[in-house]
Design a binder for this molecule. Structure first.
Ligand SMILES: [Zn+2]
Length: 258
């Protein structure tokens, strides 16, 4: 039985039997790994609070190579990222980032770029930057890392370079980028954003991480998030659970503020 080690983030978990947990990690060295943490739900578990969602730690596991589930030996906390769990909005946005990773990566398919991006985004969330912006900056870089960058320089159907008309731009999200108004009509519709939003997308892609998580975007921010959600839902094949959770959170906080 091989002993393996890697830095890892807790990205999912559920109960197994009376006292065990199955925990999903996104690891730097192995990609997504699922393992059994024996007796993790006992009051005095040796795992303590290490298996809380978003926790970054050093994972040691045994892999017998016969099943998809590994045996978790140790998980030592490096950064608990507790702030991501003490506020509904921050929790929802962090859960959305983690869901993007768990649902669009395969087991045992390492991607050091995605791992580094997730850790950086969780660190920025912890530092108290606006959660929705951190998630947007994460999501745009994430789809790029997976090779799904939307084209913005020309119509993906006919190649025309005029993609902004009457101040708006259309996207064929499943087709991979912008469409001109004629092709949008032929498609029977497109995902429409303001011309300024297209500019904001280009700025965010060029920006450093610090700029991308702070530069003012105005109404383009909501439009970009909706575009990103449409793209990610299309890649998954259904809408994300955490986006539904976030809609509930914003509805509740709106009603609470009236
Ligand atoms: Zn066209």
């Amino acid at each position: 039985m091989a002993v393996e080690r890697s830095s890892a983030v807790v990205v999912g978990r559920f109960s197994l039997g009376e006292s065990d947990r199955v925990v999903t990690f996104f690891t730097r060295g192995f990609g997504k790994v699922r393992g059994v943490a024996r007796a993790a739900r006992r009051l005095r578990s040796r795992f303590g609070s290490a298996l809380e969602p978003f926790t970054l730690g050093e994972l040691v596991f045994f892999d017998n190579g016969r099943t998809d589930l590994v045996q978790i030996d140790h998980f030592d906390i490096v950064k608990p990222f507790a702030a991501a769990r003490d506020d509904l909005e921050r929790f929802g946005q962090s859960a959305w980032m983690v869901e993007c990773v768990t649902r669009l990566t395969a087991d045992r398919d390492p991607n050091a770029g995605v791992y580094a991006l997730l850790v950086r985004a969780l660190e920025t969330m912890e530092a108290g930057l606006p959660p929705a912006r951190v998630a947007l900056a994460f999501g745009l870089r994430y789809v790029d890392l997976l090779g799904h960058r939307l084209r913005t320089d020309a119509c993906v159907a006919c190649g025309a370079t005029a993609v902004v008309s009457d101040g708006v731009a259309g996207f064929d999200v499943s087709g991979g980028g912008t469409v001109c108004s004629a092709c949008a009509g032929a498609l029977g519709g497109a995902f429409v954003v303001g011309g300024g939003t297209l500019g904001a997308l280009k700025r965010l892609r060029r920006a450093s991480w610090n700029e991308a998580t702070t530069l003012p975007l105005g109404p383009a921010e909501r439009e970009l998030r909706a575009l990103l959600e449409a793209q990610i839902s299309g890649l998954i094949g259904q809408s994300t659970r955490s986006a539904r959770f976030l809609r509930e959170v914003s509805r509740v906080s709106f009603e609470g503020s009236r």
